[in-house]
Design a protein around this ligand. Structure first.
Ligand code: SF4
Ligand code: SF4
Length: 136
């Protein structure tokens, strides 16, 4: 059994295609969606954990690349630049793990690094570049 955590980047023309269904049915894989940012007519990002037989995983990765889906490994680490953060809360609703959260009623934004799975969904959402991918 092989397992992979990746970010899938969907071009706008593939957003509405049942691609995860094909990974499950056609390639006999288990797909666990860890996070998603899908907006109609824009590029979409899906963070998934895919597991199954290695040959099926390899075939699925080839299939994704052939149809134009970008496949990237999860970032190694993500840093929150607190000094750049204006606590707009835009990232807190997209964070799938609660690593970025807002306390109410104070509306204070905090980052819990231990909960972060480095899915990168918050990075394009932050208008102040407070979330940064760090490669090791
Ligand atoms: S990279 Fe970390 S903080 Fe950002 S959305 Fe993903 S889990 Fe949340
Ligand atoms: S989107 Fe950026 S500025 Fe807004 S709360 Fe999140 S980290 Fe802070």
């Amino acid at each position: 059994m092989a397992q992979l955590k990746v970010v899938l980047q969907f071009p706008p023309n593939l957003i509405e295609q049942p691609i995860t269904y094909q990974l499950i049915k056609k390639h006999d894989l288990m797909v666990n969606i860890l996070g998603a940012r899908i907006t109609p007519k824009e590029q979409g990002r899906l963070v998934v954990e895919i597991s199954g037989k290695k040959k099926n995983l390899d075939a699925a990765l080839r299939f994704l690349k052939e149809i134009g889906v970008g496949v990237e490994p999860l970032a190694r680490d993500v840093t929150w630049h607190e000094d750049r953060c204006i606590e707009c809360t835009a990232c807190t609703s997209i964070c799938p793990t609660g690593a970025l959260s807002v306390s109410r009623p104070e509306m204070r934004v905090t980052f819990n690094h231990g909960k972060c799975i480095a899915c990168e969904l918050c990075v394009p959402v932050c208008p102040y570049k407070a979330m940064e991918i760090v490669s090791k």
